[in-house]
Ligand binder design. Structure first.
Ligand SMILES: Nc1nc2c(ncn2[C@@H]2O[C@H](COP(=O)(O)OP(=O)(O)O)[C@@H](O)[C@H]2O)c(=O)[nH]1
Ligand SMILES: [Mg+2]
Length: 204
């Protein structure tokens, strides 16, 4: 949690589609350029499951995937609730890099959930990471003590991404505090303004 918001960190090799997926999720235009350092966006997860009464405020930390940014992982993993660890189903080397990233995360294990995301399923004819391979990989990581969840998606169909995020949030059984808008926004007047769910989208 960070500033009362769920912290979600996106990791994985460069060019796996992390920025594309989070932009589709946030209904934003994607600019095709490598992420420099880290890009932070605020948003909220609407309740699709009927278990939460209000949208859950979230913050996405989308890290540049190039190896030279990895030194920042120990810094950004702090207070993280959910990690989405991406690989590209057309490039097996991205799964090897995902393994390296898990090794960096190892000392911080147990303070967050990890969801492994295979992206670009629209490129089935170029698929080089088979479901069998990934299941074996996950099994191996389980024996290392990682409880990983796994989905596959592509930027034109992020249903599985939305679903697992929803489920992960419900699993956290978060008792999100009522936001005190007067603290967060000095112009907020409790007497005059009634907080609606749109307030949860405020970018503070
Ligand atoms: N075919 C296909 N290409 C994708 C998909 N998602 C992203 N891409 C492409 O992959 C490249 C890298 O995407 P980007 O989101 O910048 O990846 P990032 O480096 O992990 O943030 C871009 O050229 C995207 O157009 C997808 O689901 N399918
Ligand atoms: Mg990116």
């Amino acid at each position: 949690m960070i500033f009362g918001k769920l912290k979600i960190l996106l990791l994985g090799s460069a060019q796996c589609g992390k920025t594309s997926i989070v932009d589709v999720y946030n209904q934003k235009m994607t600019y095709e350029s490598p992420t420099v350092g880290i890009s932070v966006t605020s948003g909220s997860v609407l309740d699709n499951s009927g278990q939460r009464r209000k949208p859950t405020p979230v913050r996405f930390y989308d890290m540049g995937g190039a190896r030279h940014w990895w030194c920042w992982i120990p810094e950004y993993i702090k207070d993280t609730d959910i990690v989405f660890l991406f690989y590209d189903i057309t490039r097996p080397e991205t799964l090897d890099e995902a393994e390296e990233i898990l090794n960096i995360l190892k000392p911080y294990q147990n303070s967050f959930q990890v969801i492994v995301v295979g992206n670009k399923t629209d490129l089935q004819d170029q698929r080089k990471v088979e479901i069998f391979d990934i299941n074996k990989w996950i099994g191996r990581k389980r024996r290392d003590g990682w409880m990983l969840r796994h989905i596959e998606c592509n930027r034109r169909n992020i249903t599985s991404f939305k679903k697992i995020l929803d489920r992960a949030i419900n699993g956290l059984e978060m008792s999100l505090e009522e936001l005190d808008f007067t603290k967060a926004n000095p112009f907020f007047d409790k007497a005059k303004d009634k907080a609606g769910w749109m307030d949860y989208l405020m970018p503070f």
